[in-house]
Design a protein around this ligand. Structure first.
Ligand code: TRP
Length: 444
């Protein structure tokens, strides 16, 4: 049986970047940064991207392309009759969890498109916009509906297959998102009092670096780059044998980080200018953005385009999450692609109902004192992804070994890659130690 593959070089980068760039960059990154000390968080974040992001991403791509399998099949093929495929199973489990809360937020972008089209922000002050946002996420069933519609959209694209589904959309729309962020950044930076926001973002206060900040940054890096649960193994398996994995990893990491930092430059100067607290969390993004549009010429149109692009960015991410589950169902459990898509999305929807409903004030849907929504976020980003990434680097560094790793990243010796020794050293020693250290200090 022949497998789908990505059509062009840009296609792979676009699809992997499409998976990486999403609500993680524009929504989750500012929330985490605001709650974890601003500049100090950014500094730690960037260091982790540089030292761990690229090597871990390469490990996943190597495993995927080498085996041409989904994230569970890949480990079964490389180490049959061992416990290693558990990493793959964990990834599939994690995909359900992330889908559940991610689609809830993605659903909000749909609600906000409608609001933007209906011109419901213009002329309103911050207090009103904030109040409307709070009222909205307290309307449990409306969130459920939007989240389910979003899962449905994802299922539609995933059902149509890899090459003509994912690739076609990401190629045009992601650069547009980048462009509109630049426009927004300029507006935000020229607002009165914007400097305080820049200072918050770029002046690290080292005393703020705690175990909590470290684990939050680590989790955010993995979350934002879609690492640690098999997305990139699955996508790697669709990459052609003569494509360059290292440049793919580099371009994906750079574009993802660029979008996150840009989102920070959009959100914080404006938030400080309007008096939104950086620790506000959800409201930080969903209240600040409409206020920025209110303050710019053509804001009505920009607002619509922005929320449409944000929804698309979220969609290219949820596609990758659902694809991990579907690829597993199809290839390992031999379920037909159509049914696999239906079963997987229904599973996500059921979890999503609880996630959405748990956002209401005074919710009783809690785990260990956290709302169900927050506990899904916590479990995936701060527990499952670091564990997944840890075992992935151990697998490549200690079991797959240097020779096979070099063969794969140099396309059997036909590509020159002078830094491969350094990368392998990081994978074998530095990455596992760093992840373990941060994980332990963060959870103590
Ligand atoms: N990286 C995406 C974002 O930033 C979300 C995402 C897609 C993801 N696939 C993932 C996160 C896999 C973790 C693992 O929006």
């Amino acid at each position: 049986m022949s497998r789908d593959g990505f059509g062009s070089k840009l296609g792979i980068v676009a699809a992997a970047a499409g998976s990486a760039v999403g609500l993680g960059n524009i929504y989750r990154f500012p929330c985490e940064l605001g709650n974890n000390g601003g500049g100090a968080f950014l500094l730690v974040y960037l260091m982790i991207v540089l030292c761990l992001g690229i090597p871990v991403m390469l490990c996943e791509l190597v495993i995927g392309r080498k085996t041409q399998r989904n994230s569970i099949g890949a480990f079964k093929l490389l180490k049959p009759k061992t416990a290693w495929p558990v990493i793959g199973y964990m990834g599939v489990f994690c995909a359900f969890i992330i889908m559940a809360f991610y689609c809830t937020i993605a659903g909000w972008t749909l609600e906000y498109i409608i609001k933007a089209v209906g011109n419901q922000f213009q002329g309103k002050d911050l207090a009103t916009i904030e109040q409307e946002f709070n009222a909205f996420h307290n309307m449990g069933w409306r969130n459920v509906l939007w989240g389910s519609i979003f899962i449905f959209l994802t299922a539609f694209v995933v059902f149509k297959g890899v090459a003509d589904g994912i690739e076609k959309y990401s190629k045009v729309l992601m650069p547009m998102l980048l462009l509109i962020l630049v426009v927004l950044a300029i507006r935000s930076l020229t607002l009165p009092g914007a400097r305080a926001g820049l200072k918050f973002l770029f002046h690290p206060d080292f005393s703020k670096i705690t175990g909590d900040v470290l684990i939050s940054a680590l989790g955010q890096v993995f979350f934002s780059l879609s690492m640690g649960m098999g997305v990139l193994i699955t996508y790697g398996s669709y990459i052609k044998k003569d494509d360059n994995l290292a440049t793919t990893a580099l371009s994906v990491t750079l574009s993802d980080t660029l979008v996150a930092v840009l989102a920070g430059i959009v959100i914080f100067p404006a938030a400080f200018s309007f008096g939104v607290k950086p620790t506000e969390g959800m409201g930080l993004v969903f209240s600040t953005l409409p206020m920025i549009f209110n303050q710019m010429p053509g804001g009505y149109f920009f607002c619509i385009i922005f929320f449409v692009l944000l929804a698309v960015a979220a969609l290219t991410s949820t596609i990758s999450l659902l694809e991990v589950i579907v690829a597993y169902f199809v290839e390992e459990l031999h379920i037909k692609r159509g049914w696999a898509t239906v079963i997987a999305s229904l599973g996500c929807m059921v979890l999503g109902v609880f996630a959405s409903l748990s956002l209401r004030d005074g919710t009783s849907i809690t785990i260990a004192g956290m709302s169900f929504f927050n506990s899904l976020d916590f479990l995936s980003a701060k527990i499952l992804l670091p564990i997944g990434a840890f075992f992935t680097v151990i697998f490549v560094g200690w079991l797959l070994g240097k020779t096979k790793f070099f063969e794969e990243i140099t396309n059997q010796g036909s590509l020159k890659l002078s830094v491969k020794g350094v990368i392998f050293f990081i994978i074998k020693f530095l990455a596992p130690l760093a992840i373990a250290f941060i994980f332990i200090t963060g959870l103590l």
